[in-house]
Design a binder for this molecule. Sequence first.
Ligand code: DGT
Ligand code: CA
Ligand code: CA
Length: 572
Amino acid sequence: MPVLNSDIARSLEKLADLIELEGGNPFRIRAYRTAARVVGELPRNVLAMTTAGEDLAELPGIGKDLAGKIETLAETGHIAVLDEMEKKTPPGLLALLDVPGLGPKRVRIIYDHLGIRSLSDLATAAKSGKIRGLPGFGEKTEQRILQEAEKRAGAAARIKRPVAEDVAEPLLRYIRGAEGVKEGAIAGSYRRRKETVGDLDIVVAATRGPEVIERFVAYEDVAQILARGPTRSSVVLRNGMQVDLRVVSAANYGAALMYFTGSKAHNIALRGIAAARGLKLNEYGLFDGTRRVAGRTEEEVYRVFALPYIEPELREDHGEIEAARQGRLPHLVTPADIRGDLHVHTSESDGRASLSDMVKAARTRGYAYMAISDHSKRVTVAHGLDAKRLARQSDKIARLNETLSDFTVLRSVEVDILEDGSLDLPNEALAGLDFAVGAIHSAFDLPRDKQTSRLLKAMDNPHVAVLAHPTGRLIEQRGAYDLDIERVLAGARERGCALEVNGQPDRLDLNEWHCRLAKEMGVKLVLSTDAHSVAELGFMRYAVDQARRGWLESDNILNTRDLAGFRASLRR
Ligand code: DGT
Ligand code: CA
Ligand code: CA
């Protein structure tokens, strides 16, 4: 990735912040801030300038020393002085600097007066009203700080799925290597396939607990042992993730797995059912007095309650027990149901793989079709396509299709929805495609009514068959744009437009509630990866997870159909 001028400016700003935080020389601080501004406003890329032999020291406010630093930043993305400053500043203070409304001056005041050096300290102090009395702060500022601190403290603590999986799966394999281990699983929110997980909960059935625990705490990634007993242990891994391990006997593995899978609310509801029957349910089994009546498997426990097996994704006490009782649990969609991916980028816009590499990978996945939907021209950072380049890509796809017998590449585009709801490409350009995917990439902060009408108007265009990442949220970074989701869903149904469940792990948009609402309202959905590389085609799994948590069945999803069925579902 090339280093952008804005990256360089940000590094210089950061350096100024850290020096200021340290109480350093005000002239130095000002020099770095000036340099950041100058670089940020340059009309051309710094690297391009230096390569062309231009002398940065001739820029206003930039001396020889600074010019050297800027050049190093442009070439490598780093400078030693910033790396060192970052290393010696406590990580908590760095996080404080990122809280909006809290620059270095205020962090310094908070630190000097209250000794605060982390987001959670900050939240606690704000909650107890200690911030408002500080010089330059008031009640309003305190409230704003509290909101931000809580948001960020929470955000830092939860882990996105790919990160959790990278850690959890090898760790489980390692633990299963201990002697006497019969079964093992990662339970908790991980097994319920939530968007993010707080910590990992591992349950293992084994004959000898202490040996499993010993192997667990000796894992090379363990940074700290929080607790260690004969059958349970908690550790913190080097990446800061906590892992709880519980070792049980095979006779109560099902009950333990059920307990630690949760959710807590689901468990409580099940315990209520047990109590109503004069039984007792806990992590050791289902008991009638002291006699164990079930516990070897989860199915066994549900069976005693006269319930069918309830998939972990549904165990939230969101109506699943009622549905199970009435025999109307959904037949959840599975990865094997998916016949194609409907939102994929190539190197023609901002993807990292070529058309033919993406197609090859999609065929390897066993798909029957895949839609190529690169960005449209308005998204300039993504090198979006204009009508001409799009037509050329279409021709290329048509030629490619002639060489493929068992696979079809669909011609699509991720057409940008402009602020007034019109589209970034003319109808003639869209008419040459199989369908278009509409998406918003700007003006996220329109008022609710405008944003809603914008989406409805975009869906008025009959070429737009899918609305991509409909709410625009980025998990723990950016909320959904303000919109009336029920009006959008109703509008989609009227117009025969499908809504996307985007599998990017920081999007997962629609969320589970929207999926359920869409299903109830009879809106069709598609599961897509929005892949920008071959590896990201694997994000389909996350889209399926989200769909399952949203109670979706394969019937609700258009890309579970074969090609003819999918084509027939397209508008017109
Ligand atoms: P997380 O880690 O925040 O993403 O969410 P979970 O669901 O993994 O929660 P965690 O790790 O605190 O606990 C794992 C499971 O253990 C939880 O889903 C249900 C069970 N559990 C934990 N504490 C309690 C409790 O006080 N009562 C009951 N019934 N179950 C509990
Ligand atoms: Ca957990
Ligand atoms: Ca836990």
